[in-house]
Design a protein around this ligand. Sequence first.
Ligand SMILES: Cc1cc2nc3c(=O)[nH]c(=O)nc-3n(C[C@H](O)[C@H](O)[C@H](O)COP(=O)(O)OP(=O)(O)OC[C@H]3O[C@@H](n4cnc5c(N)ncnc54)[C@H](O)[C@@H]3O)c2cc1C
Length: 319
Amino acid sequence: MKTLVIALQKNDQPISATFELISAAQSLGGDVCTAVLAADAEALAGTLVSRGSGTTLTVSNPALQYFNDEVYAKVIAELIKKHSPDLILAPATFYGKALFGRLAGMTGGAMTSEATGLALEGDSIVVTRPCYGGSVVARVSAKAGGPYFVTVRPKIFPEAKEGSGELVAETVDAACFESGAVVKEVKSESGGTINLSEADVIVAAGRGIRGEENVAMINELAGSLNAAFGASRAIVDAGWTEYKFQVGQTGRTVNPKLYVAVGISGAIQHLVGMRSSQYIVAVNKDKDAPIFNIANYGIVGDLFEVVPALTAKFKAELA
Ligand SMILES: Cc1cc2nc3c(=O)[nH]c(=O)nc-3n(C[C@H](O)[C@H](O)[C@H](O)COP(=O)(O)OP(=O)(O)OC[C@H]3O[C@@H](n4cnc5c(N)ncnc54)[C@H](O)[C@@H]3O)c2cc1C
């Protein structure tokens, strides 16, 4: 059994989900390989090796500086041909999903997205994933022998902390680096310094906040907890905040340790994006709001009283 982890990067550093994928691969036993594609892949690979990335295949080329699914897919397809992994893992992010859809098509491999569990049962790789908005959990299996592409939800597996590995510099056909589209520059999103998908704590606001002017109050609560800001679609559609903060079926899927839902009713389309959070706290003035059905803790009250009180308490306790 050989598992290949695709190490995606941001700002010349491996993203934290990469370390989670390494620990997922380790948990299956067998050989762990990691592919690092970058302008200078060796520079990036050092941290990975010290945290157990196993045989770490590096491909360096200026064309790999920014994510380009066409170029990345061609390079990874060559690595797969050469190293024959049974299972290939990437994070279930926009990039991971774009890449694996393309790769599965190119190689004829199977693909499963949004995995929340991985196991080896006999000679089958069994993936657990939520379906139908999380109301059922599917077990999808594929015989080892691959290639089997699986994107894994961030924040499910713990990060690999230590381990070993070796660097292997790979050369691939120069045609792999050619693409119809060239990414010349990537600009970071402004505002919201904590990435929603990677956040341990999220404070999310819904229509109950009444207007754009009250987003700042929710952001202050988020700041007191060192949390990321999230939003329901209702307030994105109303133009009170940006789409990048939207959680749910047509927004982001998040999986933090703590999700605080403020003035959010708990519509199914919102729940599918956050119901797997470890702890859910809801603040709502309606004691029958559906969000309370999945909340671990609920505060029935007016958010305009509850939120400032919580913010003051957290600032005092956590300062
Ligand atoms: C195809 C499709 C896709 C969708 N995708 C998404 C998605 O990705 N994400 C998403 O969020 N939604 C999505 N929706 C919309 C979803 O159905 C809901 O309309 C939306 O989630 C409601 O947002 P909300 O909870 O903020 O607003 P509301 O449902 O209006 O709830 C507001 C809540 O605030 C409470 N409240 C009001 N005043 C106060 C107060 N002073 N103090 C405390 N509580 C108060 C109310 O009791 C209420 O429960 C989608 C819908 C469709 C059809």
